[in-house]
Design a protein around this ligand. Structure first.
Ligand SMILES: [Zn+2]
Length: 326
């Protein structure tokens, strides 16, 4: 069986193979990056780094200076003791699950993932092979996190924008500037109404366009012309004066965390839309039952014991991967 070791905040090390997964450090010769969110980028990678072409572009936009080797989905790279293939993870554009095969067994590392996948991604696909070790994130690891049907979430988002505009209000969607923002733009394109997106998110949209995703009619946020447009920004931007000159506006907060009603008082928003780019708790447990890994490693979670309890009940061996695991 392959050894799996947590290394740093989000990094995973397979020490026998000298392979790192979202790993920063000196102990890996080959490092595979799951996606372009800043907390998964190996800022101090020492070995050869591989990412899908969209992830590689996002990394460059975010300031990565070292060379990144493009590894498209379904193509395999071989090291002297393993072969590695990316599978689509459904989280954001370019997000990948990393499948490592070796004589010591195989490992599937989920990165951040979502199934059913976001429509603004390449989808979600599992390897055909039987999985020995499954390393899964569990961001939303409590039974309170059960997402609504996607059709309903899409209708809520569309209706929020349409009714605000009809009432002569400016709709603002609070959404993270990589992934969620573009998913909302992709959903709203059929309204045919112009969108302005916060500058940090705007520059990332070009990667979606290059990959063939239609984000509708959009431009970068301009304080002087934003009134009456559909606006998208991260929640932090509101505190920094984003659209503060627009008097008639309605604000929707789009995040899995919106499931917890208390966010409304913290953020002073008009609507909470629990649209997440992660899978929910029940989807996670069902996926583990479907995969039937010999062992499941739980990571990136505040509640490992809850996930472990449900996996125990399903007869699935699991372990919380903390920094002391070997
Ligand atoms: Zn992510």
């Amino acid at each position: 069986m392959l050894k799996v070791k947590k290394a740093g905040n989000h990094g995973i090390l397979l020490p026998q193979l000298k392979i790192g997964l979202d790993y920063s450090g000196p102990k890996a010769d080959h490092i595979f990056v799951s996606h372009g969110h800043a907390d998964h980028i190996p800022w101090k990678a020492k070995g050869a780094v591989y990412a899908t072409p969209p992830t590689s572009k996002f990394m460059a936009f975010r300031g990565v200076k070292y060379e990144v080797n493009d590894l498209p989905f379904g193509k395999t790279v071989k090291t002297n003791n393993a072969q590695i293939t990316f599978f689509p993870a459904g989280h954001i554009l370019g997000s990948a699950m990393t499948f490592v095969e070796s004589d010591l067994g195989n490992v599937l590392y989920s990165g951040d993932y979502r199934t059913p996948p976001s429509p603004a991604t390449e989808g979600f696909k599992l390897p055909d092979a039987r999985i020995d070790s499954f390393i899964t994130e569990a961001t939303f690891s409590l039974p309170v996190y059960r997402w609504a049907d996607y059709g309903k979430l899409k209708a809520d988002i569309t209706e929020f924008a349409r009714s605000a505009l009809e009432d002569d209000y400016t709709p603002i969607f609070l959404a993270y500037n990589l992934g969620k923002a573009q998913e909302i733009m992709h959903l709203l394109k059929d309204l045919g109404h112009p969108v302005q997106i916060h500058g940090a998110g705007f520059k990332l949209c070009s990667v979606y366009e290059e990959e063939g995703f239609n984000l509708g009619s959009y431009e970068t946020y301009d304080r002087n012309t934003c009134a009456g447009k559909i606006l998208i920004c991260p929640s932090s931007a509101l505190n920094n004066g984003f659209a503060s000159n627009v008097k008639k506006k309605r604000i929707a907060y789009c995040s899995g965390w919106a499931t917890m009603e208390s966010r409304r008082t913290q953020l002073t928003v008009d609507k909470l839309i629990p649209l997440s780019d992660h899978l929910d708790f029940f989807e996670l447990i069902e996926l583990c039952k479907k995969i039937q890994p010999k062992k499941t490693y739980i990571t990136h979670t505040p509640n490992p014991e809850v996930v472990k309890h449900y996996l125990d009940e399903a007869g699935l061996l699991s372990e919380y991967l903390d920094s002391k695991s070997t």
